[in-house]
Design a protein around this ligand. Sequence first.
Ligand SMILES: Cc1cc2nc3c(=O)[nH]c(=O)nc-3n(C[C@H](O)[C@H](O)[C@H](O)COP(=O)(O)O)c2cc1C
Length: 289
Amino acid sequence: MTWVEIDEQLCDGCGICALRCDRVFTSSAGEITTDANEETCILCGHCVALCPNDAISHSRLDMNVFSAIEKGANLKTQEFIQFLKERRSHRHFLNRKIKEKQLDMILEAGRWAPTGSNVQNVEIIVYQDPAKIRKISDQVIDYFSWVNGKVQRKIERLEAEGKHNTEDYRFTRRMLGIGERMSQAKAAGRDPIFYNAPLLMIFHSISATSAPKDNAVLVAHTVALTARTLGIESCYIGLVEVAANYYMPLKAELKLPPDHEVFNAMILGYPELEFLKTVDRKPIHIRWE
Ligand SMILES: Cc1cc2nc3c(=O)[nH]c(=O)nc-3n(C[C@H](O)[C@H](O)[C@H](O)COP(=O)(O)O)c2cc1C
């Protein structure tokens, strides 16, 4: 049985559905047939959203949640680009909780990020308890202190292989002593991982799925950009991702489902510092074919 039904009274045979999705729809001599099932349909809702005659209904989607686009968003391109340029990683925050309503809006926005094969399975853990955030910070520091020996051995191996001039070598050298520097910062009363941010988000999902890392990054960046519209700034914390997936005490602390991995982490808060200038970026390397 197909998941999709076409109301013959309403369908004028325009074929937009078949043009968009030839896995589910077949158009022949003005007649459209459908075969939507687990193998052909990823529940993206494009067919329903594109049909100009409201002729399509989908039994696996809630038809009440499709809302008409009356007047699309009208962002000015230059303003939008300026908004992107003004986004910077923030590491100094006011000691103030994010307002609940704003947090709801930010998290809601994350739902609208695209996901590979429309899996929509990125999950978010939100931490706002300073003690819990501090505990995770301490565990990340523990991990990087523990891993230092491994970093040293990798450097020796790369040197023995004559790979001094590689990005891998330069990156690994930068990792050397990182745990020690973190511990020193901690001993001096600082939080070198989360910078005392009032909120931490951990993005995770099942690892055996379509593009889990990309999905998490897209959700996280949608969250980050939406937060900016409310005066809330953020910083990705890649250090957590590494530690969470390799350091069992931290993995246990996060209480992830067994087949899940952390794919992204981000701190958010009201900024303490204001950037007064934008900075330039390296030109993006493009090959025109
Ligand atoms: C994937 C990723 C991981 C990052 N991890 C960290 C981190 O662990 N700690 C940190 O302070 N900044 C982290 N950053 C922030 C980068 O240092 C920052 O994006 C970069 O220096 C550019 O600066 P901007 O974001 O202010 O433009 C991370 C950024 C990205 C994209």
